[in-house]
Design a binder for this molecule. Sequence first.
Ligand code: ATP
Length: 363
Amino acid sequence: GHSLAVFTSGGDAQGMNPAVRAIVRMGIYLGCKVYFIHEGYQGLVDGGNSIRQATWASVSGILDDGGTIIGSARCKEFRERPGRLRAAKNLIDHGINNIVCIGGDGSLTGANLFRKEWENLLAELVDTKQVTSENAEKYKNLNIVGLVGSIDNDFCGTDMTIGADSALHRVMEAIDCITTTASSHQRCFVLEVMGRHCGYLALVTALSADADWVFIPESPPEPGWEDQLCKKLKNTREMGQRLNIVVIAEGATDSEGRPIKCDDVRALIATRLKYDTRVTILGHVQRGGCPSAFDRVLGTRMGTEAVLALMEATPTSQPVVIALSGNQTVRVPLMHCVEKTTAVAQAMADKRFKEAQDLRGRS
Ligand code: ATP
């Protein structure tokens, strides 16, 4: 039978456990030996006790747990070739050449690189007598499938990443608590939500919480936004609204690329409008708590599909990411997604740079 291993890498996200559970159980169901690699790439580089066989029971009762029971980490060594060489040896020592990587774009970029280098790493391991040529022949193909676990929903190629929906639930719960107290006192709330360079969480939050204003990295506000913002808040107050909400994505900037920060926006509103204005930065609360029904099902569907994709892989097939497209789980080339995600980030940086140049040219 086949052997496959699963690990979680980068920042954790709710719904990783449902995915791990589905991978273990689908793998066992199909007659595979399934392994956990603990602590992400660190466990892969360390080997030994970090790579342990999973059983049907080892994933009991985790469907409703946030985080990841097999641990996640950032790992410097895996970024360098010697680290990846050790990782390759550890996999072969355990008889594993099928892996599922659950992580963000960094983790999946690393997986893609590892797969590209595999043949070369094997050759070095044989040359240095760390691996027999028999084993090198037996494990000459490394099959990799990626699942995107990230609360940011910042990955090109999938409509939703595992964890984004749960993070929205956390944000909504927090806002619902804030709004009851805020409207009693006629307050203005400035709220920062996570998402790094992706405004998805902030945008959906703003729509669902009936916010007055939202700042997202994809669409920096026009110069003069300070006046517009105050005008808007004032109008809604005058129409009888007792509460104002301004949502800021953590990566939001103005059109010159300067970060838009909660405290500055608070000071602006408090100074100009004299509203009682408070800042809430939700932070890691957004990663916490149990996965939503959507993420439990998404993780389960993606995990199951990942195992099928590994079992169906041929020597010539490229690594894939399991993605959600509409209502379907589909397989998309890993390389394509990683490149596109990087390109989008670059295009946004270029756009900000150009806008900043234009503005300077005008003034
Ligand atoms: P998050 O979205 O939470 O940041 P991520 O997967 O993008 O998750 P990173 O810290 O970028 O998080 O990457 C996690 C790990 O993946 C790194 O610590 C490193 O071990 C590995 N990794 C990332 N990029 C590369 C790369 N270019 N080459 C090799 N390994 C990499």
